[in-house]
Design a binder for this molecule. Structure first.
Ligand code: AMP
Ligand code: MG
Length: 288
């Protein structure tokens, strides 16, 4: 079974409560071996990223979603240890007025990964069916009535699923990671942000306000994940209460995705080989 127990490929019978927020009774990786596995995986990811870039055929989009304090930043910091030139990270915050004057996918398009690259979305277009659903923000848009009626969020699930299918058919694979955090652990992490001076900047009153909508968010995540999980673009429900465990599983998921793409260094043709040999001779002064 391996990490597949965290994989969601269809919305059929999907319930968040069937997934653990902790490593559970039978963790896949022993506490003692987690750091070593993470290091080994990062080394392999580094090599595969370099091949992905050299190959230049596929793009990888990693979508990170989760409640505040879920550990999105720390996944980016700890798991993606590749050449910074091959990866671009984008944060999606509250949309600007200019962004709100466009359809919700507009701000995403320019930052999609080009072939050979990895894009990481710290939050994403999924916010448009999460916070926007919980607070019914779409109703406030200056937009045609038929575009902000009761069916808006349902249509967006379909649009997002189609969008990701479109990307997949055009060589971009979307890996969606949900950091599944318990309400108790979020409380602990918020307290740490209050108690530790170097973490104060990370805490805002609005984090506590949103915590008040915990159940609404869980429902919104559950419905969104069920509606947009496919074999090509699955969701991964990562237990997020123990960070070192989250990081190993996330690294396994990214590694598996890159391995499945199987990027190759371009094959050198006979003529190119001849030229290389000639260049070698010039450099070494032999047969010059
Ligand atoms: P942070 O990730 O802590 O920087 O917070 C970013 C905030 O922006 C979160 O509270 C998100 O819910 C919010 N946000 C992101 N995208 C949207 C959106 N499309 N509409 C409204 N709020 C959003
Ligand atoms: Mg925040």
């Amino acid at each position: 079974m391996g990490i597949d127990k965290y994989k969601v490929t269809s919305g059929n019978k999907f319930l968040l409560k069937n997934y653990e927020t902790t490593p559970g009774k039978n963790p896949m990786y022993d506490k003692k071996e987690r750091a070593d596995i993470l290091k080994k995986n990062k080394d392999e990811i580094r090599v595969l990223q370099s091949r992905l870039y050299a190959d230049g055929k596929a793009g990888v989009l990693i979508v990170l979603q989760g409640m505040d304090g879920g550990g999105k930043d720390s996944v980016i910091r700890n798991v993606i240890g590749v050449n910074p030139q091959g990866v671009k990270v984008h944060n999606f915050r509250q949309p600007s007025t200019r962004e709100l004057n466009h359809d919700y996918l507009w701000r995403v398009i320019p930052v999609l990964p080009q072939r050979g690259m990895i894009s990481i979305f710290n939050r994403s277009y999924y916010e448009d069916v999460l916070v926007v659903k919980v607070h019914e923000l779409y109703r406030k848009l200056n937009i045609l009535d038929r575009c902000k009626d009761d069916g808006t969020i349902k249509r967006r699930y379909k649009q997002i699923k189609n969008f990701e299918e479109y990307l997949w058919e055009n060589g971009v694979i979307t890996v969606k990671l949900f950091l599944h955090l318990s309400k108790e652990e979020q409380c602990k992490r918020f307290l740490r942000r209050i108690d530790r001076e170097d973490k104060n900047w990370k805490f805002s009153d609005s984090d506590l306000k949103e915590r008040g909508y915990w159940d609404n968010y869980q429902e919104a995540y559950e419905t969104a994940i069920a509606a947009t999980s496919t074999p090509e673009n699955p969701w991964w429900i990562l237990p997020a209460d123990k960070k070192e465990y989250t990081h190993v599983v996330a690294s396994e998921v990214i590694l598996e995705t890159l391995k499945a793409l199987n990027p190759q260094y371009p094959v050198v043709t006979k003529e190119q080989r001849q030229t290389l040999i000639k260049n070698r001779e010039i450099l070494t002064g032999k047969n010059a």
